[in-house]
Design a protein around this ligand. Structure first.
Ligand code: HEC
Length: 116
């Protein structure tokens, strides 16, 4: 009788323990996935690769004609048009190079850094 009770307790405890481990693994996996699909992170990477040599690593490039992108207004259509078509022959067009998803991610990143 006593042995059976002990056995039952051991089974219950190990079931609880493996449930906890399982939950932790599931949570860790979920966090990895959300980092990979986070548009702000994707936009940050694209910005570093395609935009920062003109606009500066931190969205501002003092002493150049590029505007401080942290002060760009909350105007997504204007952003998308400029990025796709370029502007005044100085900002190059990216419509053939970047996908809509990459441009949306760039907008998420720029919006996340807005200071005004
Ligand atoms: C070759 C240098 C260069 C690169 C690379 C570049 N830009 Fe620009 N960008 C400029 C210049 C110069 C301007 C200012 C244009 C003007 O107002 O005449 C500008 C302006 C802008 C503006 C403001 C447009 C407006 O409507 O006021 C945005 C937004 C912008 N760039 C985003 C980007 C993004 C996003 C990338 C990367 C995909 C990028 N730029 C890459 C040079 C560059």
């Amino acid at each position: 009788m006593r042995t059976a009770a002990t056995f039952a307790a051991v089974v219950a405890i190990s079931a609880l323990f493996s449930a906890a481990v399982f939950t932790q693994q599931a949570l860790a996996q979920q966090q990895d996935e959300s980092a990979a699909h986070n548009p702000v992170d994707l936009g940050k990477t694209t910005f570093a690769q395609k935009c920062s040599h003109c606009h500066g690593p931190n969205m501002v490039n003092s002493g150049t004609i590029t505007p401080d992108l942290r002060r760009f207004p909350d105007d997504q259509p204007r952003f998308v048009t400029t990025v796709k078509q370029g502007k005044n022959g100085r900002m190059p067009p990216w419509g053939d190079i970047l996908s809509d998803d990459e441009i949306t991610a760039l907008w998420a990143y720029v919006s996340s850094r807005r200071t005004q």
